[in-house]
Design a protein around this ligand. Structure first.
Ligand code: HEC
Length: 201
C-alpha cells in the first residue's frame, strides 16, 4: 500500500511541459509521412511494369484476391463491377468505385499484403498498381510501365463522381428553419396503425 502511495507522489510531482516527450527524429517523421495525394504529391521515384506486377501478385496477393483480382471466397475482389454502382447489388472495386490512382498506390504500400504490411519496396508497389490497372482494363499493354512521371495520366473510371460536399449550396437553402420547441399548440391522435392493418396480430 505505502509502496503504491509513494509511487503516486513520485509521479504526481509537476512536470514542466518541455520535459514531456522529445523531438521526433527525421527518420521517424519520414516513416510516418508516407501519404500520397491525388495530385501525386508524396510519390517516391521508382517504376514497375504490368508484367512485373503480375509476377509479384501471383506470389503475394492472389491467394486472397484471386489471379485476376476476382477475390477468393470472402476476400475482397480488386477488379470488375463496372456499371454496377447504381444497381441493387453494387460491386465496389478499385476499378468500379475508387476515386484516384494515388489511393491504390498508398493503400498497397501502407497495408498490403495483409499481415505483412509495408514489406514491399517502391518498385514493387508501382508494378502492383500497374497490374491492378491492367486487371481493371485501364491499361491493356503488359509492357506498360507505371512511374512517377506518367502517374497522373491514368484517371480511374469513377473519379468524376467524387466531388467536394456541396450540400451547403444545393440542399440547405431549400430547408425551412426547423422547429425544435412547442411546435404544435395541441397534440391529438388522428390515426392508429391498426387501422392501416400493418400491426401483426
Ligand atoms: C491474407 C489475405 C490477403 C493478401 C495476401 C493480400 N490482401 Fe489485399 N486485402 C485483404 C483484405 C482482408 C482486404 C480488406 C481490408 C480492409 O477492408 O480492411 C484487402 C484489401 C485490399 C485492397 C483494397 C480493396 C478495396 O476495394 O477495399 C487492395 C487494393 C489490396 N488489398 C491489394 C493487395 C495486394 C496488391 C496484395 C499483394 C501485395 C494483397 N492485397 C495481398 C487481404 C489480403
Amino acid at each position: 500500500m505505502w509502496k503504491f502511495l509513494s509511487l503516486f507522489f513520485l509521479f504526481s510531482t509537476p512536470i514542466l511541459a518541455e520535459e514531456i516527450g522529445r523531438i521526433a527524429a527525421p527518420e521517424e517523421i519520414a516513416a510516418w509521412d508516407i501519404d500520397i495525394r491525388p495530385d501525386g504529391l508524396g510519390l517516391p521515384e521508382g517504376s514497375g511494369t504490368v508484367a512485373e506486377g503480375e509476377g509479384i501478385f501471383e506470389v503475394q496477393c492472389a491467394a486472397c484476391h484471386g489471379d485476376f483480382g476476382e477475390g477468393v471466397d470472402r476476400w475482397p475482389p480488386l477488379a470488375g463491377g463496372f456499371d454496377t454502382l447504381d444497381s441493387e447489388r453494387p460491386l465496389k472495386t478499385v476499378g468500379s468505385f475508387w476515386p484516384y490512382l494515388s489511393t491504390v498506390w498508398d493503400y498497397v504500400n501502407r497495408a498490403m499484403p495483409f499481415g505483412d504490411a509495408q514489406s514491399l519496396n517502391v518498385d514493387e508497389v508501382y508494378a502492383l498498381t500497374a497490374y491492378i490497372m491492367y486487371l481493371n482494363e485501364i491499361v491493356d499493354d503488359e509492357e506498360f510501365e507505371l512511374s512517377k512521371a506518367n502517374f497522373l495520366d491514368l484517371p480511374l473510371g469513377n473519379e468524376a463522381n467524387f466531388y467536394p460536399d456541396d450540400r451547403e449550396t444545393t440542399e440547405y437553402p431549400f430547408f425551412t428553419e426547423a422547429c425544435m420547441t412547442d411546435c404544435k399548440s395541441s397534440v391529438e391522435i388522428t390515426k392508429h396503425a391498426s387501422g392501416k392493418d400493418v400491426t401483426p396480430e
